[in-house]
Design a protein around this ligand. Sequence first.
Ligand SMILES: NC(=O)c1ccc[n+]([C@@H]2O[C@H](COP(=O)([O-])OP(=O)(O)OC[C@H]3O[C@@H](n4cnc5c(N)ncnc54)[C@H](OP(=O)(O)O)[C@@H]3O)[C@@H](O)[C@H]2O)c1
Length: 433
Amino acid sequence: MTKPQEVRTWRVGVAGLGTVGGGLLDFLASRPDFAPAGGRVVVTGVSARSRSRPRAVDISRLAWFDDPVSLAQSPDTDIFVELIGGSDGPAKAAVEAALGAGKAVVTANKALIAEHGAALAALAEAKGVSLLFEAAVMGGVPAVKTVREALVGDEIRSLSGILNGTCNYILTEMETTGSAFSDVLAEAQRLGYAEADPTMDVGGFDAAHKITILAALAFGGSPNFAAAEVEGITGVDLLDIRLAGDLGYRIKLIASAERAGEGARVQVRPFLVRKTHPIAQADGALNALFIEGDRIGRIFLQGPGAGAGPTAAAVAADIADVMAGARRPVFQAPAASLQPCAPSAGTAAVGRGYIRVMVRDEPGVLASVSEELAEAGVSIESFLQKPPGETPGVPIVMTTHAVAEAVLAAAVDRIGRLPAVLEPPRLLHIASI
Ligand SMILES: NC(=O)c1ccc[n+]([C@@H]2O[C@H](COP(=O)([O-])OP(=O)(O)OC[C@H]3O[C@@H](n4cnc5c(N)ncnc54)[C@H](OP(=O)(O)O)[C@@H]3O)[C@@H](O)[C@H]2O)c1
C-alpha cells in the first residue's frame, strides 16, 4: 500500500518556440506521464516573436506573452525556460527578470552563460534558485552534468571536444568528397545544416562558448569567454586535409581546455588528430568530448549535439532537476568566490606542429627550411615531400616534436621569408590527446 501523496504542479513558462522550444512542447505534450520527483509539469505560458506563426504544437490554450520578460515575471510561472538565444537582448533581460523574481531558470543558451554566467550565477545564488543549462553544451549529450556532477570527485586534467556539428560536417564532407570549404559551406546552407550567417559556427565562436562553460565547471572558475583563443575553419585548406591524411591524421575543429599553471587555457582551433583516436572518428554532425582525469583516466562521450529531440530532452532533464530540488552552486563553488578561468601568467603554451611549405622545386630548399627549424631549436618528427602536381611549387610537410608555440610560430614566420618559398607557410597544431 502506498500512501496518497500531494502532487505538486510545476508551472513552466517557455520563451522561444523555435527548434528547441517547439521540441520541448512536443515532448511535454507527448509525455503526460513525465512526472519527475513525483511532480506534475504544466506549460502555462509561452512567448515568441510572432504569435501568428504556425507552430507544430497547438499553443492556443496557453497564455501568450509578447514580451518574454513579462512571462518570466508572471505569477503563473514557477520555472522559466529560455530558448530564444543570443548573449544579450531579450534572452538576457528575461533570464535576469526570472532570477530576480526568485524563479528557477533552465536555458539552452551557451552564448548567454559563457558571456554572463558569473553575474547570472551570483543573482541565482542570491535569490536561492537554480540556473541550469545542460542543453547549452552538446545538445542531447550530458556533458554539463558529467563534468559538474559525475566527475566532481576527480581532478580533471583536460577536455577536448568536437562541439560544433556544422564545422564537423563541413570538415568531414571536405575530406570525403574532396570539395573546397566554400563549396561545402554553400551546400550545407542549401540543405539547412548551416545558418545563412555561418560566422558563429565556422568562426569557432559557438564551440568557444561551449568549451568556456565546460572549462569553468571542470577547473572551478567562472566562465571567461574573453580569454578563449579562437580560430575557426575558414582557413582550412583541402590540401592540408589530404596531406594530414597521408601522415595518419584528420583535421578536426577541437575545442580544448587544460590546466595551465594555477589556471586553465581554453582554445578552439583546427587540430590534427591521429586517425585512430576516437575523437577523429566522430564524423558528420556528431559531437564528441574526451575527458582526462587524474583518477578516472579517460572518458569519451559522443552523440547528437543539436536537433529538436535531443536538445529538448536535455532541457527536460534540467526541469526534472529543479523539481527534484537539486541545489548546488551554479558552477563548482559559490559565484562570489570564483575567479575567471584563464592561464596563470607566464605559463608558456607547448605543443607539436604541422608545417606545410610550398617551395620552388630546386636544390637546397629543403636544407634551408630545416636549418631555420634547427636554429630555432625545433626538432622535426616526420617529413613528407610530394612530387610536383597540380599546385604551383612543391609542398614540403613536416611535423615537429613538442616545442613552445611562440618559438614554432617565429620559426615558421622566418621560413616564409626564404626566397624559394612561394606562399606563407601553413602552421597547424597537433592535438596532444
Ligand atoms: N537548435 C539546436 O539544435 C540547439 C542545440 C543546443 C542549443 N541550442 C540553443 O537553444 C536556443 C534556441 O535555439 P533554436 O535553434 O531553437 O532557435 P530558433 O529556432 O531560432 O528559435 C528561436 C525562438 O526565439 C523566438 N524569439 C526570437 N526573438 C524573440 C523575442 N524578442 N521575444 C520572444 N521570442 C523571441 C523566436 O520566435 P519566432 O518563432 O516567432 O520567430 C523563436 O521561436 C539558442 O540559445 C541555441 O543556441 C539550440
